[in-house]
Ligand binder design. Structure first.
Ligand SMILES: O=[N+]([O-])c1ccc(O[C@@H]2O[C@@H](CO)[C@H](O)[C@H]2O)cc1
Length: 512
């Protein structure tokens, strides 16, 4: 039997849009060991003078993360930011109701923003619209971005930081549609509060960009009507609408799990349609863009007991430290393909999260740090995807899945970084979701393409086991470099074969 075949048409004149570097963001929440013994661990052998782990910062840099969202997540909806600034000796621990954990308040706004600044990361801050409101949100913007001479900016200066941080991206709360959220609201109440908080925040600093909460997932009962109602209140004040999505393999349904990228694609199309419908009714020329500020593989339904079933804990407990397989990494690669293909509407996205909590980077307290298999597709995509995302035409056979109906067996994204004289760098990301090899014919009329090599990640069948040794073994087995395709690299066509259940990234150059 010949292998299934797929066709890709690629031309640099057909573009989705420029890639915003903020597409390669991540997320650090006060949750489990993300902050304490994650990014921060005074006394660790690699800790810098501020108590932050150098090994984790180095891995973060290698991951290629552009933006980091902070301090939550669910955590932000009961956070009093004022209690986390100023002299540490005066800060008091409190019960974080979101994760039922005693928060020591050792790390707050200043420590996080200064860490981000030292590491060359753009911060994305969230304000509490669960238990708090307009005044506290506007005060936090003033604390972060205000010049000397007003109350909250002067407090920052008294706390040792003269220069404003210039935080550009702001989330108006987090997942306010979720019944688990502290201070959960219906769309009407949230929409009105977000509009007023956003208005006040922009009066403090008109240069900021605001993200309003969309649905926590496409499965929420209020999905669609939530977006419409919230945007009816906030359309003129906000810039981005948030999307969150987590995917997992359920009941051994591998085909549906491998098709997660198609589910994400449909979710994006629906949210874009909802936002544009509100814009159309208003006859508005403004386009709301998407901040996909939580996405990942998370064994949420199958392994997470639920927030309210967590015991009350202290000292950075281990919460949702998912261990990832080669299969999970292939799906992460495919989700990145989906995000690239929507680069025109998604300027911001955050892999949730960065360290220890559903994360590409893991640590042991007082010990090692290491990469999970999911680290690699993210790092490679962030490194190779430059310039504009191309509007590829992909034709592939479909396979039927229990959760998503028919999904294509091959997905692809490509980027084009224009150089001088019509030359450019090309990156090509390809996923084969089927369990047999697939031949891909790439037509690139008018373009001489020279793919020079790449990396390939294949799915495994073994259950993931915690620890650095296992992660290293999985990566060793599943990740390899691939040579330039040997077949058919001629003037206008390139042919290559994709390994079963794999994600591959090629790079090369092209000349018109
Ligand atoms: O679908 N759910 O049941 C569900 C439950 C919790 C949930 O929380 C989100 O994910 C958490 C971890 O990143 C963030 O703190 C929060 O924003 C997101 C989705």
């Amino acid at each position: 039997m010949p292998h299934p075949r797929a066709q890709v048409v690629l031309h640099p004149d057909f573009q989705v849009g420029e890639i915003d570097r903020r597409l390669f963001g991540s997320f650090v929440e006060h949750l489990g060991r993300a902050v304490y013994t994650g990014i921060y661990e005074p006394g660790h052998a690699t800790a810098d003078e501020h108590g932050f782990r150098r090994d984790v910062a180095d891995l973060t840099r290698e991951l290629g993360v552009s933006v980091v969202r902070y301090p939550g997540g669910n955590f932000v909806s009961n956070y009093v930011w004022e209690d986390g600034v100023g002299p540490r000796s005066e800060r008091k621990p409190f019960i974080d109701l979101a994760w039922r954990t005693i928060e020591p308040n050792d790390i707050g706004t200043d420590e996080f923003l200064q860490w981000a600044e030292r590491e060359g990361i753009e911060p994305m801050m969230a304000v509490n619209l669960g238990t708090r409101g307009v005044a506290a949100a506007a005060a936090l913007v003033e604390y972060c971005n205000g010049e000397a001479g007003s109350r909250w900016a002067d407090l920052r200066i008294a706390n040792g930081r003269v220069k404003p941080y210039g935080v550009r991206l702001w989330c108006l709360g987090n997942e306010m549609d979720g019944p688990w959220q502290i201070g959960h609201k219906d769309a009407e109440s949230y929409g009105r509060l977000a509009a007023e908080a956003g208005k006040a925040m922009k009066l403090v600093d008109p240069s900021i960009e605001l993200v309003v909460c969309g649905s926590s997932s496409m499965q929420m009962d209020t999905f669609g009507s939530w977006e419409r109602t919230v945007l009816e209140h906030t359309y003129d004040i906000v810039d981005h609408l948030s999307m969150h999505a987590y995917y997992e393999e359920l009941d051994g349904d591998r085909a549906s799990f491998l098709g997660s990228g198609t589910a994400m694609d449909r979710f994006i199309r629906r949210v874009v349609a909802s936002a544009d419908a509100v814009g159309a009714e208003r006859r508005s020329d403004k386009q709301i863009t998407i901040s996909f500020d939580e996405w990942n593989v998370w064994y949420l339904a199958s392994r997470f007991p639920g927030e309210k079933n967590l015991p009350l804990q202290r000292d950075a407990p281990r919460i949702i430290e998912d261990v990832y397989s080669g299969l999970d990494a292939v799906v992460v690669g495919d989700l990145l393909v989906t995000l690239l293909n929507h680069a025109d509407r998604i300027p911001v996205a955050c892999l949730a999260q960065l360290v220890n909590v559903i994360a590409p980077i893991m640590t042991e307290p007082g010990g090692a740090s290491w990469r999970q298999p999911t680290f690699h597709p993210f790092a490679e995509t962030a490194r190779l995807a430059r310039g504009a995302a191309l509007d590829l035409r992909v034709t592939a056979p479909t396979t039927s899945t229990r959760q998503h109906g028919d999904v294509p067996i091959v997905t692809a994204a490509a980027t084009w970084d224009q150089g001088a004289d019509g030359d450019g760098d090309v990156a090509l990301f390809l996923v084969n979701r089927s369990s047999e090899p697939v031949e891909v014919d790439i037509a690139h009329p008018g373009l001489t393409l020279a793919l020079t090599g790449g990396v390939q990640l294949v799915a495994d069948h073994e259950p993931a086991v915690p620890g650095p040794e296992h992660a290293a073994r999985v990566i060793d087995r599943c990740l390899s470099s691939v040579a330039a395709p040997d077949a058919g690299q001629d003037g206008a066509r390139t042919t290559l074969t994709l390994a079963p259940e794999s994600w591959t990234a090629y790079h090369g150059t092209a000349r018109r």
